[in-house]
Ligand binder design. Structure first.
Ligand code: SF4
Length: 268
């Protein structure tokens, strides 16, 4: 089934849960009030185009082809041009521009390609949609896993691609909530009897681009803690608890600053 069909009814997703936990008022503006964002983020559009290029790369692997470095860069240039070249709503941060991000994306993917090896690894799925239920949660959790592979020992490897400004810390990896959800989803969607390895493949936007791979695992306790938090998120949404978190990192690039200011004035 396609992700769009999973999304038709009420549901939670990794991004909606994270958004509620970071700033529940922003969650309300985007997911309940469905306000149009005040701008489109260059960073998010850029990250999405990197994801699309990597999805193309791994799709070709399924068909037995390995794209060359140049072809992978061309895939990014194609997606970036379609999404950003004529898009006046994109707000470029600092020195960023269409051209500078085009070059940065190509450089990051050159680095990715230089580190790529698929020895003894088989691709099972790319952009794999999932849907699962948790005890005591009346709606499903839906999402999509970037890449699902299997090694020659029969282990399942779930990868999430990231673009980031810096390297990840141990906590960033071991507590990444998205990976915990993917672990739950994998166990509920056919991989319950397999050993599941999780990893983050991170493209780091330093002056000289870097690629870092972080392996991690999740256990039953991680899943119990995640489930408890998700149920509390659902309760908060149902009870209409939406509180601005104005010390959040999100404030600097919030899509709803105007609506947030209005909210404060209404509340006063
Ligand atoms: S500006 Fe900050 S507090 Fe206000 S909605 Fe956005 S993220 Fe939340």
């Amino acid at each position: 089934m396609k992700l769009n069909e999973f999304r038709k009814g009420p549901h939670l997703s990794a991004s909606s849960i994270a958004e509620y936990m970071e700033c529940s008022l922003s969650y309300r503006f985007s997911r309940i009030d469905k306000l149009k964002p005040e701008f489109i983020s260059d960073n998010m559009t850029f990250g999405s185009c990197i994801h699309q290029a990597l999805a193309d790369f791994h799709q070709e692997r399924i068909m037995g082809n390995i794209l060359t470095k140049d072809q992978l860069q061309e895939r990014f240039a194609y997606h970036w041009t379609i999404r950003a070249s004529e898009n006046k709503e994109i707000k470029y941060k600092g020195e960023n521009s269409f051209d500078s991000l085009l070059e940065q994306g190509k450089a990051l993917l050159r680095t990715y390609h230089g580190n790529f090896s698929d020895e003894n690894i088989t691709v099972l799925a790319i952009e794999e949609p999932f849907r699962f239920l948790l005890d005591n949660l009346p709606i499903p959790i839906v999402g999509v896993m970037d890449l699902v592979e299997e090694d020659d020992q029969g282990n399942i490897i779930i990868t999430d691609f990231k673009t980031a400004a810096r390297s990840y810390t141990e906590d960033d990896v071991s507590k990444n909530p998205q990976l915990t959800l993917y672990h739950l989803a994998s166990r509920s969607n056919g991989y319950g009897d397999r050993n599941i390895i999780m990893k983050l493949d991170v493209l780091i936007k330093t002056k000289t681009p870097q690629f870092k791979r972080y392996y991690t695992a999740r256990d039953r306790w991680d899943e119990i803690k995640a489930a408890k938090k998700i149920i509390e998120v659902w309760r908060g949404i149902n009870k209409g608890v939406f509180i601005p978190n104005d010390t959040s990192w999100k404030c600097a690039e919030c899509f709803y600053k105007g609506a947030c200011n209005d909210w404060y004035q209404e509340a006063a």
